[in-house]
Design a protein around this ligand. Sequence first.
Ligand code: ADP
Ligand code: MG
Length: 252
Amino acid sequence: MLQVQQLVRHFGGIRAVDGVSFDVSRGECVALIGPNGAGKSTCFACIAGQHQPTRGHIVWNGQVLDKLAPAERLRHGVARTFQVAQVFEALTVLQNVQLAVQARIGPRAISAFNLLDGQSREPAFALLEQTGLQVLADQDALSLPYGAKKRLELAMALAASPQLLLLDEPAAGLAEQERASLMKLVKTLAGQGVAVLYTEHNMDAVAGVADRVLVLIEGKLAAQGSFENISRDSMVRRLYLGDRVIDGADCA
Ligand code: ADP
Ligand code: MG
């Protein structure tokens, strides 16, 4: 189980995250929503290790992660994707995933002289299939449409066989149908026991997907509950949801 305990992260005078506590259990799919600048990505960075908390703790399966580097957290099963997809643009789609697979197998596989080995090909293909990218296997990552790049980043995160998956706007830039199929995959992963925490601005990627919704506003948790309850919360509607939620069509 992930436990975020009284998390605070300041950047100079900016209180990006200001005393946030929540849990995510195995098999749970939790959405962290809120306006731009609310602190969602900073929360992710504190959980995955790109930033250290100013105060508070990140506990995963009973272990305090606060001081661990991202790679060490990955070895504990904590993987993330970024709001702006991070992939190796000089490599093909398949090669990107092969690298991620090799990183799991062990650092021996990655050297300047032996960047990609045959052993990682099959598991990498399986991940491309899982994320619907197999037809793009040989395309350069540089020329990928944005949505495909997001899916590639997810495939790379899955290469680590994560138990906690943090997805920063996984469906941003995807067309509605693509978004639905991606969120279905995310839901399947949770069904297999992965703890999933994700951010999204598209409410169709939250309604019917998230088991629980956390609303972050100005670095503080303003509300939490089912999407149904959140979307009826007048304060949340005023400060964030507004026109995103249409009465009667909000809980598909
Ligand atoms: P969200 O993901 O909800 O849009 P962020 O976590 O990206 O929000 O940002 C929260 C606040 O922290 C914003 O005011 C942002 O400008 C600030 N912030 C985020 N990262 C940094 C950073 N590395 N340095 C300084 N300020 C930052
Ligand atoms: Mg963000």
